[in-house]
Design a protein around this ligand. Structure first.
Ligand SMILES: Cc1cc2nc3c(=O)[nH]c(=O)nc-3n(C[C@H](O)[C@H](O)[C@H](O)COP(=O)(O)OP(=O)(O)OC[C@H]3O[C@@H](n4cnc5c(N)ncnc54)[C@H](O)[C@@H]3O)c2cc1C
Length: 478
């Protein structure tokens, strides 16, 4: 006999879990929200917000350090007060976390259970310190944990992850960052701009998850032009906090080297938090990659009344996708066995590097070369970008022969954070390239660069239609 019976139990009070519980309650279900760690969400506590706060300080330092090219002279070298930078990061971060804590505190005590949950039956959970909960349906929204690659095994106990970085009392002298995803690039460039000696050791094939080789190489050359970005084929580490950490590397081109670092930070992806949930007691098994198989549309795990939401799905690891997952999983859990698959938003992922990087719409790798055309712009000579001294970057836009629709884009360039939104909205609307070109473009703005790429794409789409009405020739490889 369970200590408590509810309609929907949600494991994990992150952005996905909070939204799942709220949605299930709105659908009329009784709920419990179970959290094993500190409340406040990964995004606000150790993710999106503190990383963007660090980047804001780095931008300020970089702006002052490079003001000379605009004829603005600053006396003496820029001095960064590392302790003050991190103090502001934590102060502002705590404000954001405070809003989440307020919303959790508003929950009635019977809804909020603080303790780790694990399955003890198909929909029964044991919650540390609270006995057992029997639910009609369960949402697993347990998030993810930084992955520490095996190459770092010799120093595993000393490796920093993003959570640790924001708690340092002062900026370190040096950090070797292992990983090439958006977290590695954002943190690496920010630390570099704040005067920390940094090298990023990225896997040769991954840079901010870019799939388009032209944009990926543009990103490698722009970021690599500013800081040490090594596309590694091999890495060996040794050492300890007293002597420092020796990193020996070998890159794709055959170059190699070694250097000693104060810290090594792992930003090489994240692993879904599924260990310790005793999923076998719910009749569920992980696949060979350690993921819990589920329907990406309904988020249901097999036929069970169990749904996944957020980073634990190991799909997108993006905040707005996690909250959308929460909404879908919460509704489906409340209405189980009736489940639905609401439409999803166009894909949009942004790395807040400088220049910024974004991916929009369809995966480049999934595009059919026979029916896809590519338009591009190089920001080197783009008017507004030159005015701002930010004239670097490449945008590639993809369109469909026949329909003329915009399918997606990969981009690195000035203010891509904003232009990527315009393109993502257009992809979601199903707009054609010609429809987009009929919209207003003010002068002088960076959006004019996007217009150039769309004009290039429009011309190629006209040709593919004229040459082959079925669009069977050419494609991304042309
Ligand atoms: C450094 C960094 C920067 C980022 N920047 C951005 C950005 O700029 N934009 C963006 O869109 N996304 C960003 N992200 C990604 C974003 O933060 C995540 O996609 C999002 O926070 C995932 O939310 P979630 O609810 O799935 O997980 P979480 O917020 O991690 O919530 C999961 C919760 O489950 C709890 N839990 C786990 N196991 C159990 C258990 N057994 N019992 C009870 N509770 C449990 C955990 O304690 C945790 O509180 C960033 C991430 C990082 C790390």
């Amino acid at each position: 006999m369970a200590d408590r019976t509810v309609d929907v139990a949600v494991i994990g009070a992150g952005s996905a879990g909070l939204n799942a519980r709220r949605t299930a309650e709105k659908a009329g279900a009784s709920t419990v929200l179970i959290e094993r760690g500190p409340h406040g969400t990964t995004c606000a506590r150790v993710g999106c917000m503190p990383s963007k706060l660090l980047i804001a300080s780095a931008e300020a330092a970089h702006g002052v350090a490079t003001a000379g090219r605009f004829g603005v002279e600053v006396e003496g070298p820029v001095r960064v007060d590392g302790a003050a930078v991190l103090e502001r990061v934590r102060r502002e971060r705590d404000r954001f976390v405070g809003f989440v804590l307020d919303s959790v505190d508003e929950l009635p005590p019977e809804v909020r259970l603080d303790g780790a949950a694990r399955f003890v039956g198909p929909t029964a959970l044991a919650v540390e310190g609270h006995g057992t909960v029997e639910a009609r349906a369960v949402v697993i929204a347990t998030g993810s944990t930084p992955f520490v690659p095996p190459a770092l095994d010799p120093i595993r106990d000393h490796v920093l992850v993003n959570d640790d970085l924001f708690e340092l009392p002062d900026l370190p002298e040096s950090v070797a960052i292992v990983g090439g995803g958006f977290i590695a690039l954002e943190l690496g460039q920010a630390l570099h701009r704040l005067g920390v000696r940094v090298a990023i050791f990225a896997h040769s094939r991954n840079l901010a998850s870019l799939q388009d080789p032209v944009v990926r190489e543009s990103a490698a050359s722009l970021l690599g032009g500013e800081l040490a970005l090594r596309r590694c084929a091999g890495l060996e580490v040794s050492g300890d906090p007293e002597r420092g950490f020796l990193v020996r590397w070998r890159d794709d081109a055959g170059a190699s080297g070694e250097e000693t670092w104060q810290h090594v930070l792992a930003a090489a992806g994240r692993t879904p938090n599924l260990a310790g949930l005793d999923l076998e007691r719910a009749g569920l098994a992980l696949d060979a990659n350690g993921r819990l198989p589920h329907d990406p549309a309904t988020l249901q795990a097999g036929d069970a009344p169990i749904f996944l939401a957020g980073d634990v799905t190991d799909e997108k690891a993006i905040l707005h996708e996690a909250t959308d997952d929460g909404r879908i999983a919460g509704a489906n859990a409340a209405r189980f066995p009736e489940v639905s698959a609401p439409p999803r938003r166009a894909h949009l992922a942004i790395a807040f590097t400088h220049p910024e990087i974004a991916r929009v719409g369809a995966d480049f790798a999934s595009l059919d070369p026979a029916t896809t055309r590519i338009g591009s712009v190089d920001y080197a000579d783009q008017g507004r970008a030159r005015v701002m001294g930010a004239n670097a970057g490449t945008v590639r836009v993809y369109g469909a022969c026949g329909s003329g629709r915009l399918l997606g884009a990969e981009m690195i360039g000035p203010r891509v954070e904003h232009t990527a939104h315009l393109l993502a909205w257009a992809v979601q609307e199903g707009a054609s390239v010609n429809e987009l070109l009929a919209r207003p473009f003010y002068h002088p703005v960076v959006e004019e660069g996007i217009r150039t790429a769309l004009q290039d794409l429009g011309a190629q789409l006209e040709m593919c239609e004229a040459r082959d009405p079925h669009g069977l020739e050419g494609g991304p490889g042309d």
